[in-house]
Write a protein that binds this ligand. Structure first.
Ligand code: AMP
Ligand code: MN
Ligand code: MN
Length: 335
């Protein structure tokens, strides 16, 4: 059973199961700029519900990114329709705050009578009617695995594979400290259920477009290391995005390259977005440096060791503010 049940604010798996059983129509939504856990969670729960005979729509504000189009069943991920859907239940997955579902997706789900909020972000303010937030879980996909197996929902191949991709991508291939014995036991169970490890990892990690490597080259040219070697950052400016015809997903995971530098405890990725906003991605290697707390200062959020911000530009100003907050956090940690 899920550790989430130790938290009284959470709905029980049985209560969530009741909502799933007693309704027929569902819309499942995940966050803007979806990653493997976002799309994977939609497919995982979506296909379990479809196999249970439910009417299910899977929508995302930004649609299905190219790098996840290999996922079985992913063709059902749609852009939000202009008119609100006639659905009874909306389920937000892997989404730290309600606005991160996106305006169009929220409008499409606006007729839902009940909201479920299933997530693993510690900063999640519990915006659902029923919430299942487990910050000890390395991925929303793992919470769904526990939910689906506990409720004895069907686990078709789409669900099985999607859970694996969700958890693999959110754990840096089962490496981050959030990975537990339960995570490996889950993976073993998925393999016993017929998952093809070699093929799914190859599709996830050995299949990047050339432009992603060009992006790596451009990012390396902007790499900065703090004098004490503790903070590394790099920057993607708007012009590079245009020159290389980049897609939002092209930068996914690249921050791990600078996170991996010996001595670096905190890695930061700054990205200029189309609309002039700045996306900041942060990774910490040290529990004393809580990047979720730093992100929260600027209206962002996430996890203790991986967090993000969407803030106002210009780039230089955003960099100064965030790097300043990081220095304060390092000083406060006595490092
Ligand atoms: P990223 O650096 O974009 O991979 O995000 C790291 C973690 O922080 C993920 O779990 C995101 O869902 C979360 N996150 C990223 N940006 C934001 C934001 N603006 N607000 C809240 N959470 C965020
Ligand atoms: Mn995510
Ligand atoms: Mn996640």
């Amino acid at each position: 059973m899920s550790e989430s049940q130790n938290f009284p604010e959470n709905a029980s798996l049985a209560q969530i199961g009741g909502v799933l059983r007693d309704h027929q129509s569902f819309v499942l939504i995940s966050h803007v700029r979806p990653d493997g856990d976002a799309i994977g969670s939609q497919l995982a729960l979506g296909y379990a519900l479809i196999a249970a005979g439910k009417n299910v729509r899977l929508i995302n504000e930004d649609g299905l990114p190219d790098n996840l189009a290999f996922m079985a069943g992913s063709e059902r991920i749609e852009l939000p329709p202009a008119e609100p859907l006639d659905v009874e239940v909306a389920i937000a997955l892997d989404t730290a705050t309600k606005p991160r579902l996106g305006d169009r997706a929220l409008h499409a789900a606006s007729k839902a009578k009940i909201w479920l909020n299933i997530d693993h972000h510690v900063s999640n303010p519990r915006y659902g009617d029923l919430n299942l937030i487990d910050a000890t879980s390395p991925a929303t996909g793992q919470i769904l695995y526990q939910l689906i197996t506990a409720l004895e929902l069907p686990m078709p191949a789409e669900t099985r594979d999607a859970i694996y991709v969700a958890v693999s991508t959110d754990t840096g291939s089962f490496q981050y400290p959030s990975t537990t014995a339960k995570t490996y036991e889950m993976a073993a169970d998925l393999i016993r259920r017929g998952l093809d490890v070699g093929t799914i990892n190859s599709n996830t990690y050995d299949n990047f477009p050339y432009r992603r490597v060009e992006l790596m080259r451009a990012l390396l040219n902007t790499l900065e290391l703090s004098d004490d070697g503790v903070v590394a950052n790099w920057t993607l400016n708007d012009q590079t995005r245009i020159d290389l015809a980049l897609m939002p997903e092209d930068s996914e995971g690249l921050i791990d390259i600078i996170r991996a530098i010996r001595g670096v405890q905190l890695a930061v990725f700054f990205e200029e977005l189309h609309d002039g906003k700045i996306r900041v991605s942060m990774r910490s290697k040290d529990r004393r440096l809580n990047v979720c707390e730093i992100a929260t200062e600027f209206g962002g959020g996430g996890h203790a060791l991986a967090a993000g911000i969407r803030m106002n530009g210009p780039l230089g100003e955003a960099k100064k503010l965030v790097l300043g907050a990081i220095r304060r956090s390092i000083a406060a940690a006595g490092m």
